[in-house]
Design a protein around this ligand. Structure first.
Ligand code: ZN
Ligand code: ZN
Length: 438
């Protein structure tokens, strides 16, 4: 042992040595500038404490009401599980499952698995099913959307402040704290946990035995292995997940998902996302209708937030993906770097479009005053959620490394030390030796 583990850049495929950095420092790719890994400021025990806090706060957020609403002598206590139950009862099952996964099950899975993995690394013994657990964590990470849900709670509350007497419940504060904890925990990804296990000597070190040419990186655990042995049938030598040199069938998959998203985008905007039942009748609201209503009521800031999240973000995402798919010729490293930044950007903004979907299901539980005023989800909400899911899947099926592969005279196995960013006093490469290409 004693070998420096190797790490492949997820954006361009360049292989680097994963050297230890100063606490809080970030290593960036030499070729494309993408973040490779960061050295955590927190110790393993601090991370564990944070996850335990997250689990407690998660329980409070789901056991207590988000808000208590009073209207004409009726009292409603709104909570997330109740919102999911009501949406299900009203027959919007897809919507209930989608928001239930993003707002409840995925965050819970993430918290439990990170706790389990950290405890295992701390004890120095990995359970047999560590790989399976980390595969599940890797899979659940992008679909856990607590910060989006928190913003949804704020928007729903503002919508209600004028209609009913609203008292903020303990769950709102819990969700606010949880949003911060989950944002911090997004750093404790499956890859990061594998790095911990590597550093503790519990698993095989990535790139062991000197991987040079024809390298495949496992997407789940980051393990670098010879590509010849990693065909579609063969699993990762470390975690057993499917390994591919590049994401398979990228063109067919991404285009199919883009087209599907464009098709669903029409009902998502034309059909009402929610209806309001009052004794005088039912009024239906589309996404754009909601934005216009906010604007008329003078809440231009909320109108802007909802407009950006629901209209600009999905539109931009589709457009950027289409451009990335169309312009694949090599136009130099700087253009390719811009494309890589665009891809990172659409991955970053992706799930924020779920905002309006969360607002709708929260409104169904907040405005549950039968006979006076009742909000029900509309068919547009599920379509809108599908647009978000489809664009996220499209982005996940796109392989940014293929763009870099088109570079003329590209060497396949450059192994370098990572460079530091965020620390200007140490901007040079670290690690005394740059391993040469074989
Ligand atoms: Zn890179
Ligand atoms: Zn693996």
């Amino acid at each position: 042992m004693g070998e420096v583990p190797l790490i492949g850049c997820s954006q361009c495929g360049t292989i680097h040595e994963r050297v230890r950095l100063e606490n809080g420092a970030v290593a960036a790719c030499r070729r494309c500038g993408a973040e490779l890994y960061r050295q955590s400021i927190l110790t393993l025990n601090s991370w564990l404490a944070l996850v335990v806090t997250g689990l407690v706060v998660f329980a409070i957020a789901n056991l207590y009401p988000i808000a208590t609403l009073r209207l004409q002598g009726m009292v409603v206590e709104a909570s997330l599980p109740q919102a999911l139950y009501l949406t299900w009862q009203q027959g919007h099952r897809t919507l209930s499952i989608m928001t239930g996964l993003a707002g409840f099950w995925m965050p819970l899975t993430q918290l439990v698995l990170v706790f389990w993995a950290l405890s295992a690394v701390r004890s120095g013994r990995l359970p047999m099913d560590f790989s399976a657990g980390m595969r599940l964590l890797k899979w659940s990470e992008p679909w856990s959307m607590i910060p989006v849900l928190m913003l949804g709670i704020l928007v729903a509350m503002v919508k209600f402040s004028g209609i009913a007497l609203l008292t903020v419940g303990p769950a709102t504060w819990a969700f606010a704290v949880l949003a911060f904890i989950m944002t911090a925990l997004s750093r404790m990804s499956a890859h990061h946990l594998w790095h911990y296990a590597e550093d503790a000597g519990l698993v095989a070190v990535s790139g062991e035995g000197g991987v040079r040419q024809g390298v495949a990186q496992c997407e789940t655990c980051g393990y670098l292995q010879p590509a010849g042995e990693a065909s579609t049938d063969a699993g990762c030598q470390r975690c057993g997940a499917h390994v591919h040199v590049r994401k398979p069938h990228m063109f067919a998959r991404v285009w199919a998902l883009i087209i599907a998203a464009c098709v669903v985008y029409i009902p998502a905007n034309v059909l009402p996302v929610m209806g309001i039942r009052t004794p005088t009748g039912v009024s239906e609201h589309t996404i754009l209708g909601g934005v216009i209503e906010f604007w008329r009521l003078g809440s231009w800031d909320l109108a802007l937030i909802v407009f950006v999240a629901s209209v600009v973000v999905p539109g931009t995402k589709l457009l950027v993906l289409i451009l990335l798919m169309l312009r694949r010729r090599w136009n130099g490293a700087s253009i390719q770097q811009q494309r890589t930044r665009q891809y990172e950007f659409i991955n970053f903004i992706g799930h924020w479009s779920m905002l309006d979907v969360f607002v709708v299901i929260l409104m169904t539980t907040m405005a549950n005053f039968p006979g006076v005023s009742q909000v029900v989800a509309g068919p547009g909400a599920a379509s809108f959620g599908m647009v978000v899911v489809l664009t996220m899947l499209a982005a996940a099926s796109y392989d940014p490394r293929r763009g870099w592969d088109t570079a003329p005279g590209r060497s396949t196995a450059v192994v370098q030390a990572a460079t530091l960013v965020d620390q200007p006093q140490q901007s040079g490469p670290i690690g005394a030796h740059d391993r040469a290409t074989s």
